[in-house]
Design a protein around this ligand. Sequence first.
Ligand code: 0L1
Ligand code: MG
Length: 260
Amino acid sequence: MENETIKKIADFLVEAEKEKKEVPRITAEYPDLSVEEAYAIQEELVNIRLGQGHRMIGPKMGLTSHAKMKQLNVDEPIYGYIFDYMVTDENVLHVNELIHPKVEAEIAFILSSDLEGPDVTTEDVLASTEYVVPALEVIDSRYQNFQFTLPDVIADNASSSRVFFGSVMKKPDEMELDLVGVTLAINGELRDLGASAAVLDHPANSVAMLANMLSRKGKKLKAGQVILTGGITGAQLLSQGDLVSAKWDGLGTVEFKVEQ
Ligand code: 0L1
Ligand code: MG
């Protein structure tokens, strides 16, 4: 694919996010779009955001549950990036800034030292982790009806949109990180629950896999980055007026309200 086309598609997706307008999936026009080309579009999109003055918080993993991988018929997760404008201090999600947001509960890792693949292990990740924190990720695919193929969603920065972090920080050796139970309620009604092993059997595996995937592009995970490891619960559609509340064993609660 020509550089000009890569740039055109990245601009198209950035514009869709800005205009809060769902768009047809890229593969409707480019049916042969490969995963490699999709990551090139994502990289261009990241460069546009950096050029606009946004700061990258860190990468995220997506499609880490067997259910989501099966849904898209893939055997490897994907990654994308979280930027500063996606993280808010107030506990409010402004729905008028988004298209059709969904929320999922995750665990985020904050690294104390760099991790460089290709052979990063789960033990390496645990040794290089300063803290883990609970996070509610809001995903908002820019595609009509959240319908996409694997290359589409990669190009669209893995549907990244907003993140709410909790205030409880734990050292990785303070808890059994693969045995964290999570509940996700909306308006007081339990919508989903899960255990952190849903994320590739252990959320630290997700970070290791990410480091190894990035190494194929000559990239590494860096100290200080905050890494979202993937949904423990399924993603739940949000509406104006919703009160979202999630609870993690040992990591507290994160709540936000969905407003205009
Ligand atoms: O964070 C995620 O798992 C999102 C991956 C993209 C798939 C989706 O938008 O549902
Ligand atoms: Mg996610």
